[in-house]
Design a protein around this ligand. Structure first.
Ligand code: ZN
Length: 175
């Protein structure tokens, strides 16, 4: 009943891992979608904020936390926000292995019968199986962190922390 399913806030993208991270509905229950900073008693705490303002705030936080050049951090934050329910108008499913948004049909992996997976991307999952079945979370961090570091112009060590944190919100790496 009280079990928490970790996920990213659908307003700001913050990973919500513990009860205290989740916002609240009007009846006092925990929000299933939004974090405590964005959503209280069934309403946004800042109802007028735009996606650009949110990207500005989120980017500044990422820049400081992970030593990312501010301009790159803001662009990255905006990309992430664009697949969240508050900004996209629907919750774009993220690959449960790597977190890539499954925005288009061709982004999705395939099941054994050739149908599209609703859960995993085409890079992680084909013909009903993981492309790298033995990948561990630590190996995934080691694999994705240098890519992230190169893309955002940040130290690899910082990228490891960021990727680790991010992967912890994805179903493949939970439990
Ligand atoms: Zn994937």
């Amino acid at each position: 009943m009280d079990e928490i399913i970790a996920k990213a806030c659908q307003s700001c993208g913050m990973p919500m891992n513990t009860k205290a991270d989740f916002g609240t509905e009007a009846d006092g229950s925990l929000s299933k979608e939004y974090c405590t900073y964005c959503y209280q008693s069934g309403a946004y705490t800042d109802p007028a904020i735009t996606i650009d303002e949110m990207a500005e705030k989120g980017g500044a936080m990422l820049a400081q936390l992970y030593e990312i050049p501010p301009k790159n951090a803001k662009e990255f934050a905006r990309e992430q926000l664009a697949s969240l329910k508050r900004w996209a108008g629907r919750e774009v499913p993220l690959c449960a292995s790597c977190g890539m948004p499954l925005a288009r049909d061709e982004d999705a992996g395939t099941e054994a019968d050739g149908s599209r997976s609703g859960t995993y991307c085409t890079y992680c999952y084909r013909d009903g199986a993981f492309t790298e079945p033995d990948l561990t979370k630590a190996a995934a961090v080691a694999k994705y962190a240098p890519m992230m570091a190169a893309r955002l112009g940040m130290p690899v060590e910082k990228a490891k922390g960021m990727v680790e944190q991010y992967l912890s919100t994805l179903p493949r790496w939970q439990g």
